[in-house]
Design a protein around this ligand. Structure first.
Ligand code: HEC
Ligand code: HEC
Length: 436
C-alpha cells in the first residue's frame, strides 16, 4: 500500500520539490530577499498626511486632491490609460475627463515607494538623488548639495517627500490650467490656504503636533507628512512571493512556481526587473505604443526629456512589480488593458508594437486618444529597442498562464488576495488560486 502511494504521489512531490530547488538556485544567484518593512509609523505626521492627501486645498482651484488620481478604489491609481487633471470628476472606474486636461502619462501605482531600495520617481525618473548629494528634481533651487532653497531642501526627509511637491505645482494636474505662478509661489499659496484658510485652526494644530520643534512651516513639511501617509497606506510588502522567500514553500502553487522560474530565467524579465522590488530603477526602451497628446508633438521621449541624451530616447523607468495584479492598465501610456496583453507584448515586442490595435474612443474622455503610428517615430522606437529585451520568447500557452499566475497572484499582498476576485481579474477558469 505504502509502495503504491509512493508510486503515485512520489513523482508529484519530487516534481514540486525540484521546482523549489530550481527556484532557490535563481533566488540565491540573484540574491533576492523579501521586501523590508517601513520604519515605525510617526502617528502625528501620518495623521497630517492623511488629511493632506485627501485635501483639495492642495490644488489651485480647490477641485482635485492626490486621492483623485491615486484613489483607494483604484488601488492607488485611477484605472485609466492616461490621467486627467484638475476639472476632471469622479474616482477610479467612474473618473471622467469633464473639464480636465489629458495628462500625457498613465498614473503609476504607489505601492512600497517608501521602502528601502527605491531610487527614483516618475516614468522618466526626474526625481532622484543628486550624484553629489541632496536631491535632483525639476526645481533647480532644490537640487544638489548646496541648494538655493536651503530650508525647504533641508526639511525634506525623503525622496518620496521631494516627489510630492511636484503634482501640486503642475498646472495641468493640480495647480490650474494656464496658471502662470512659479512653483515657489504655488507652494507658498498652498501653505497660506492650509494654515490660514477655513481649516486653518485645525491644520495649525496638526502641523504643530507633527513638528513640535518648528515655528515656520513650509511646503516641505507638508510633503514629509504626505510621504509618511504613502509609506504606510500603500504597502504591498507581504505578497505570497515575500512569504515564499521567508521559507514557507507551500504558499505558492506549482503553477506560480513555474511562472516564477520563467520570470527568472526563460523570460529574461530580471534583465531589467532585478533586485528585491523587481526593478533595476534604470531606463529602457521596450517598444511601448504611444497614445494621446504626449509631452510635445504627440510624442513622449521618456528619459530623454530629462537628460536630452539621444541614447535615452523612448526609455522609461523599469517598473517595480509588487501588487501589479491590482493596477491595470499598464505602462507609461496605459495602453495594455490587462496582464495577458503585457505578456503577449514581451513574447514578441516588435510584432506587438507594429500590430497594436487601439480603440481611440474611451467613455472616460471627451476627446479621442490617438495612437501614434507615424513611420518616423515607429522606426525610431524600433531602432532604439533595448538590447537586453528578448525579441522572441516563444512562450507556449501553458507557460503564459504560469507567468500570468506568478505576476497576478504571487506578487499580490496577502491583504489584497480577495480583491483580485472582487475586481474580477481572476476567475476559476484561469486556475491560479493561491494555496493559503
Ligand atoms: C491628475 C492626476 C494626479 C494627481 C492629482 C496626482 N498624481 Fe501622482 N501621478 C500622476 C501621474 C500621471 C504620474 C506620472 C507622471 C510622470 O511620470 O510624468 C504620477 C506620479 C506620482 C508618483 C511617482 C510614482 C513612481 O513610482 O514613480 C507619486 C509618488 C505620486 N504621483 C504621488 C502623488 C501625490 C503625493 C499627489 C498629491 C500631492 C499626487 N501624486 C497627485 C497623476 C496624479
Ligand atoms: C529590457 C528591460 C525589460 C525587460 C527584459 C522586461 N521589462 Fe517589464 N518593464 C520595463 C520597462 C522599461 C517598463 C516600463 C515601460 C513603459 O512604461 O514604457 C516595464 C514595465 C512592465 C510592467 C508594467 C508595470 C506597470 O506598472 O505598468 C510589467 C507588468 C512588466 N514590465 C513585466 C515584465 C515581465 C513579466 C517581463 C519578462 C517577460 C519583463 N517585464 C521584462 C523593462 C523591462
Amino acid at each position: 500500500m505504502v509502495f503504491i502511494i509512493t508510486l503515485i504521489f512520489g513523482p508529484l512531490l519530487s516534481f514540486s520539490q525540484s521546482l523549489d530547488q530550481n527556484l532557490s538556485f535563481y533566488i540565491q544567484q540573484m540574491n533576492l530577499r523579501p521586501l523590508s518593512s517601513p520604519p515605525p509609523k510617526r502617528e502625528a505626521l501620518y495623521q497630517l498626511g492623511l488629511r493632506l492627501f485627501y485635501d483639495r486645498q492642495l490644488s489651485g482651484n480647490e477641485n482635485i486632491s492626490c486621492h483623485s488620481c491615486h484613489s483607494l478604489t483604484g488601488f492607488s491609481g485611477d484605472t485609466l490609460p492616461l490621467a486627467v487633471g484638475e476639472g476632471a470628476e469622479g474616482l477610479a472606474s467612474l473618473r471622467t475627463q469633464s473639464a480636465g486636461m489629458l495628462i500625457p502619462r498613465h498614473t503609476p501605482p504607489l505601492y512600497n515607494l517608501g521602502l528601502e531600495g527605491i531610487k527614483n520617481f516618475f516614468w522618466d525618473g526626474r526625481v532622484s538623488f543628486h550624484l553629489q548629494g541632496g536631491w535632483q528634481t525639476p526645481e533647480d533651487g532644490l537640487n544638489g548639495p548646496n541648494p538655493e532653497l536651503k530650508s525647504m531642501a533641508q526639511t525634506l526627509d525623503s525622496l518620496l517627500a521631494a516627489q510630492a511637491l511636484f503634482p501640486m505645482a503642475s498646472p495641468e494636474e493640480m495647480l490650474g490650467k494656464g496658471s502662470k505662478l512659479t512653483r515657489l509661489e504655488a507652494w507658498e499659496n498652498i501653505m497660506t490656504r492650509l494654515l490660514n484658510g477655513r481649516l486653518g485652526a485645525s491644520y495649525r494644530r496638526f502641523f504643530k503636533e507633527a513638528f513640535p520643534n518648528t515655528e515656520n512651516f513650509n511646503i516641505a513639511h507638508a510633503a514629509n507628512a504626505i510621504a509618511e501617509l504613502e509609506r504606510h497606506h500603500f504597502l504591498g510588502n507581504n505578497t505570497l512571493w515575500d512569504i515564499y522567500l521567508q521559507g514557507k514553500k507551500t504558499i505558492l502553487s506549482d503553477r506560480m512556481k513555474r511562472g516564477a522560474v520563467i520570470f527568472l530565467s526563460k523570460g529574461s524579465c530580471t534583465n531589467c526587473h532585478s533586485g528585491d522590488h523587481f526593478s533595476s530603477f534604470g531606463f529602457q526602451n521596450i517598444g511601448i505604443p504611444q497614445i494621446g497628446p504626449g509631452l510635445k508633438n504627440q510624442d513622449d521621449l521618456g528619459r530623454m526629456e530629462v537628460t536630452q541624451a539621444e541614447t535615452h530616447k523612448y526609455r522609461f523607468r523599469v517598473s517595480p512589480l509588487r501588487n501589479i495584479g491590482l493596477t491595470a492598465p499598464y505602462m507609461h501610456s496605459g495602453v495594455f488593458k490587462n496582464m495577458w496583453e503585457v505578456i503577449d507584448h514581451y513574447n514578441h515586442p516588435m510584432r506587438s508594437l507594429h500590430h497594436f490595435k487601439w480603440d481611440e474612443n474611451h467613455v472616460s474622455y471627451n476627446e479621442p486618444l490617438i495612437l501614434d503610428q507615424r513611420p518616423e517615430t515607429m522606426s525610431e522606437r524600433t531602432k532604439n529597442l533595448a538590447s537586453n529585451l528578448p525579441r522572441n520568447l516563444n512562450l507556449q500557452v501553458e507557460e503564459k498562464i504560469d507567468l500570468y499566475c506568478f505576476l497576478m497572484v504571487a506578487l499580490t499582498d496577502l491583504r489584497n488576495q480577495k480583491d483580485l476576485f472582487t475586481k474580477g481579474v481572476l476567475d476559476e477558469i484561469t486556475d491560479c488560486s493561491p494555496r493559503i
